[in-house]
Design a protein around this ligand. Structure first.
Ligand code: 5GP
Ligand code: ZN
Length: 119
């Protein structure tokens, strides 16, 4: 069922502490942890504890939690001191856009120059 932990989902396992991760922030509804394959000096993933396959599905089903993810992305940027240089919040959606984990997550990237368009 949407929202319930999925036994085959890596990010559900991280949210439940069953798979280790370098956690940088946690709230009742979200977990933020360092990406295992960082693409920038700061590369943190913010996930909802609830399982939804992508950001839009999360926003449709649980808009308050989607807002929590965005607010936490900002808190990560503040904690990592990347606001002044600028940072990017990315939600890859669908395999064609590079989504590989189908549990909604925000990438928070910063600490270097970021090109636009991202490619
Ligand atoms: P996506 O490609 O779905 O937008 O992002 C998935 C992200 O999860 C990738 O950037 C990938 O490096 C990261 N990732 C995959 N497996 C793990 C893991 O086991 N631990 C952590 N911390 N990150 C992971
Ligand atoms: Zn999940």
């Amino acid at each position: 069922m949407a929202g319930e932990p999925q036994s085959d989902c890596l990010f559900c396992k991280i949210a439940q502490g069953e798979v280790p991760a370098t956690i940088v922030r946690e709230t009742e509804t979200t977990v933020a942890f360092r990406d295992i394959n960082p693409q920038a000096p700061t590369h943190v993933l913010v996930i909802p504890r609830l399982h939804h396959p992508d950001a839009a599905s999360l926003a449709a089903a649980a808009p308050g939690v989607a807002a929590d993810v965005l607010r936490e992305a900002g808190e990560v940027a503040a904690q990592e001191k990347i606001q002044d240089g600028g940072y990017r919040i990315v939600f890859n959606t669908g395999t064609g856009a590079g989504q590989t984990v189908f549990h909604a997550h925000a990438h928070v990237l910063g600490g270097r120059g970021l090109n636009w368009p991202p490619g």
